[in-house]
Design a protein around this ligand. Structure first.
Ligand code: 13P
Length: 251
């Protein structure tokens, strides 16, 4: 069956001191055997620090973004190979903040997805509709476009070592979580899109929910058939909350 995964996306937060404090709390709260697969995604500059703090623990390391390019004259970029070198196993691709604030297109997201795979990283492909798109009744169209933009450019086999995160933009950082029904509907739809390409890969694909997940609502969300864990923003900066969310994820 699909082992649930809970990933903390720290976004643009942290300092050496805060990271150490946060992870001390998370590691103490989770104990040696995390109930789910747990991942933290700090800013690039802290990957090395966090890697050493996580050594010997069950928590894996991920990054929040990567370059589509392998190397060369691309000032300010960080490649998949560098992330691999720093001990990352996961990388978030196509987060809505990158799409909205940094102009990442579906095509660029697909190239980043491929770059991650070329180095053996597991991309966490983020998709999700805006409030306007939901109100216009085109949620599924948006999701279909975002998922297919990647599926059309990659080998479907790559999905077997990838994750998808459904993050409705209107639920990110707003405190307004999608209802369990709204989330389940979109998760099932995402699985059906992948299933049209390969049913077995779709059945095994882990689809995370993200958007104002907290210790208090995680259990209900994770209980839904097609929700296989979460991508957590704000609550991943609070050790007690992040641990509670991890403990809410059961196979
Ligand atoms: P919040 O949990 O802060 O809503 O953020 C969700 C998110 O964007 C995770 O990638």
């Amino acid at each position: 069956m699909r082992r649930p995964l809970v990933a903390g996306n720290w976004k643009l937060n942290g300092s050496r001191a805060e990271n150490a404090r946060l992870l001390e709390g998370v590691l103490a709260g989770l104990g040696p055997e995390s109930p789910c697969e747990a991942v933290v995604c700090p800013p690039f500059v802290y990957l090395d620090q966090v890697r050493s703090l996580l050594e010997g623990s069950a928590i894996a390391l991920g990054a929040q973004n990567l370059s589509a390019e392998a190397s060369g004259a691309f000032t300010g970029e960080v490649s998949a190979a560098m992330l691999r070198d720093m001990g990352c196993r996961y990388v978030i691709v196509g987060h809505s903040e990158r799409r909205a604030l940094y102009g990442e297109t579906d095509e660029l997201v697909a190239r980043k997805f491929l770059a991650a795979h070329s180095e053996g990283l597991s991309p966490v492909l983020c998709v999700g509709e805006s409030l306007q798109e939901r109100q216009d009744g085109i949620t599924n169209d948006v999701i279909l476009r975002q998922v297919n933009a990647v599926l059309e450019r990659v080998d479907i086999q790559m999905l077997s070592s990838s994750l998808v995160a459904y993050e409705p933009v209107w639920a990110i950082g707003t405190g307004q979580t999608a209802t369990t029904g709204q989330a389940q509907d979109v998760h099932a739809y995402i699985r059906s899109i992948v299933s049209a390409h390969d049913a077995k890969i779709a059945a095994e694909l882990r689809i995370l929910y993200g958007g104002s997940v907290k210790g208090s609502n995680a259990r209900d969300l994770f209980a839904m058939d097609d929700i296989d864990g979460g991508l957590i923003g704000g609550a991943s900066l609070d050790p007690a909350d992040f641990v509670a969310i991890c403990k809410s994820a059961h196979p």
